[in-house]
Write a protein that binds this ligand. Sequence first.
Ligand code: CP
Ligand code: NVA
Length: 310
Amino acid sequence: MTDKIKHFLQFRDLSRGELEHLFERTRIIKERFKRYQPYHPLVDRTLAMIFEKSSTRTRLSFEAGMHQLGGAAIYLNTRDTQLGRGEPVEDAAEVISRMVDIVMIRTYEQEIIERFAAHSRVPVINGLTNEYHPCQILADIYTYIEHRGPIRGKTVAWIGDSNNMCNTWLQAAEMFDFNVHVSTPPGYEVEPERAGLYGTDHYEEFADPIEACRGAHLVTTDVWTSMGFEAENEARMKAFADWRVDAEMMAVAAGDAVFMHCLPAHRGEEVDAEVIDGPQSVVWDEAENRLHTQKALMEFLLLGHIREQT
Ligand code: CP
Ligand code: NVA
């Protein structure tokens, strides 16, 4: 029975058809929310959220989202639970998944969330690991579609660290058939195996970030130092100095290119203020769409395909 449970541990855990269904449900759920129409399909359902790293958007969007769907959310962190005192992740999964209906985890190695899911009776969602951030890319692609239409065949420029966000963009490119131009400093290149790629030709690496941005329809970046890598901060500040998204990079992108950043951002490090606060930036819509896409995700993982006319 356990192997029939659908988890969302990395982007490719859902099929393209399922992801397209999620985007359609997101549109409906978002419109309903904007009209102040209650929608409570998850009455009596409980989400456990386990955080081993900090969060603003992920916690808020899952907690508010579950409440808006009629259910309840419980916040757990490593410090205040037995997980922080060495209880095996497998034991925690056995227990937690007997008490709630769905679990979201933000942790370090992907392997931790996989071990949890293997011992869970309920769906598990990746709220960020060192390797992946699939919920963010759901929101990012939905935001692109809202602003510019289908992403198929488009070019995304990824500037900076080949981190969890970059890896997930690369998985999404395989799924939705778009291209990613990646530009990282030497020594920080994409590791295809760590990114979980099928070895396709959906990305190209550029030594020069300007060249990566040329003609791109979406330019995006992220912090130079991700959570868990703080010890490398000083070295990274030096290595990434030329990988700041600036007006020159946006100027060589497509005329209607948008700028995205998963946030939190550091103006003057990975992005200039005039870009993130400028007319091409869609970062606030991107952040808001975490709420709507994750509501569609929880609905799907708990209730399956919902068909309704709007
Ligand atoms: N983008 C994102 O996941 O933000 P938080 O770290 O605030 O959750
Ligand atoms: N790459 C960043 C994303 C934060 C939302 C990190 O892992 O810290």
